[in-house]
Design a protein around this ligand. Structure first.
Ligand SMILES: [Fe+2]
Length: 457
């Protein structure tokens, strides 16, 4: 029997159908002020016959739930129609620009910006624009204003309305900071020279700086030549460092700080403190991490780096040693001080991506959402049970004017009793309490990556 990738089985197993369902059943009460769409992207390959399948290369599928006036109006799941996906489905490709021949069904994140819905991915390919009901409009280069590839992760500055990103591509000897203005066109690009072709999955943003994670996971031509699907490997010869790029500066002004070798997929948030230092909270894999095999020892913890430009030093402190990933804040505090953070403990992802010689407590392999109060140094866990895998949590404010953490935390959570997913809505300020609502979706949702709450305008 052919070996099958872990990422094609169990809670990762792709679904085979696109579904449209209306007026979804709900246990509890959906807050009436939640008017908009919760969308989440993730890989959902069209075939199951690839024993070497890497989780990060499956065709993107976006799952969405539309809420209005206390009702769950619809659930939809749709593949992102790249050329190959459209052809496999027997449809015409919604054609558009392609960067360097690198068309890909964007599978990593889905965001709203300038009235558009964009599925995003990194490593060279362009975002795909989706309709409000998740149909594919086509690839987007922001109206012809993007010079190269784009990125999976973006940060929207809530004060300026600017969407920041950092793009990397194997054939570049630089990474590129890209600003898309509130009108949806690129207004600024800055290329920063870097050696070895590092993967930069995420970055952080403060009022003053773009924070660059130049860590020792770099493009490997050897791995690429050997047919490795995602040829980014641990490179001990690459100096781990964190860079501060002034937001309106130029390349020569990047300030680099050397750090111990580690790997970071995701930042929680960052900000400038009153003493001119830069506070960066990240989920950090201590020691080596090989992205091509999704393998490392960990620990994988929530850590704080404080970069002091005056002293040229980085202070490092562990905020929470529980194994976690997918950190998010209330989007309204992006780039400025945050008190709260939300993250996910996803047992099946931990089992699949952390080598078993790490010394982890059993709770690391549970299914839970975490709420961090970083002012008090406390953590609350909402546990979902052994088979109830929970994905990334996204925060939605109760109103645009409510304070940080006054609102809702939502995530897709597997409901083992129905063998289907629920969209679970927690009250952020009663985090461990019964969910306010469980919206019962008609199908399973494979474990995936990132999403957004996109309120109606
Ligand atoms: Fe990510």
């Amino acid at each position: 029997m052919l070996a099958t990738s872990t990422f094609l089985q169990g809670p990762f197993a792709p679904v085979t159908d696109e579904i449209t369902a209306f007026d979804l059943p709900v246990t509890g009460r959906i807050p009436a002020e939640l008017n908009g769409r919760y969308l989440r992207n993730g890989p959902n390959p069209l075939g199951l016959d690839d024993p070497g399948y890497h989780w990060f290369v499956g065709a993107g599928m976006v799952h969405g739930v539309r809420l209005r006036d206390g009702r769950a109006e619809w659930y939809r799941n749709r593949w992102v129609r790249s050329r190959t996906v459209a052809e496999a489905l027997g449809e015409p490709w919604p054609a558009g620009p392609v960067h360097d021949g690198d068309d890909f069904p964007a599978n990593t994140h889905v965001i709203g910006h300038a009235g558009r819905t964009l599925a995003t991915v990194e490593a060279g390919a362009l975002p795909y624009e989706l309709s409000s009901e998740l149909g594919t409009c086509g690839p987007s280069d922001f109206g012809g204003t993007l010079p190269g590839g784009y990125a999976a992760h973006t940060k929207l500055d809530p004060r300026t309305g600017e969407l920041h990103a950092v793009a990397y591509y194997w054939a570049w000897d630089y990474v590129q900071h890209i600003v898309v203005g509130p009108a949806g066109e690129v207004t600024q690009t800055t290329s920063i020279p870097v050696p070895d072709g590092p993967m930069m999955h995420d970055f952080a943003l403060t009022g003053n700086y773009v924070v660059l994670f130049d860590l020792p996971v770099t493009f490997s031509m050897t791995a690429a030549s050997a047919g490795v699907q995602l040829p980014y490997t641990w490179n001990p010869a690459h100096q781990a460092r964190v860079g501060l790029l002034p937001r309106d500066g130029h390349t020569a002004q990047v300030r680099w700080f050397e750090v111990d070798p580690c790997w970071v997929f995701h930042a929680l948030n960052a900000y400038d403190d009153e003493d001119g230092r830069v506070v960066v909270d990240v989920v950090q894999y201590e020691g080596p991490y090989d992205v091509s095999r999704l393998s490392g020892r960990g620990p994988l913890s929530l850590d704080r780096w404080v970069l002091d430009p005056a002293a040229g030093q980085v202070a490092h402190r562990r905020l929470d040693d529980r194994l976690q990933e997918f950190p998010r804040v209330d989007e309204r505090v992006v780039s400025r001080p945050h008190r709260y953070g939300y993250s996910a403990v996803i047992g099946e992802v931990s089992r699949a991506t952390i080598s078993p010689d790490g010394d982890f407590a059993d709770q690391a392999f549970a299914n839970a959402l975490l709420k961090h109060d970083l002012a008090r140094g406390t953590v609350e866990a909402h546990e979902f049970g052994p088979a109830a895998t929970a994905g990334e949590a996204v925060f939605a404010p109760a109103s645009p004017w409510s304070p940080e953490d006054d609102g809702y935390v939502m995530a897709f959570v597997h409901n083992p009793g129905r063998d289907a997913a629920d969209l679970v809505i927690l009250a952020a300020q009663d985090f461990r309490g019964e969910p306010l609502a469980r919206i019962h979706l008609p199908a399973r949702i494979p474990l995936g990556f990132h999403g957004s709450w996109i309120p109606d305008q």
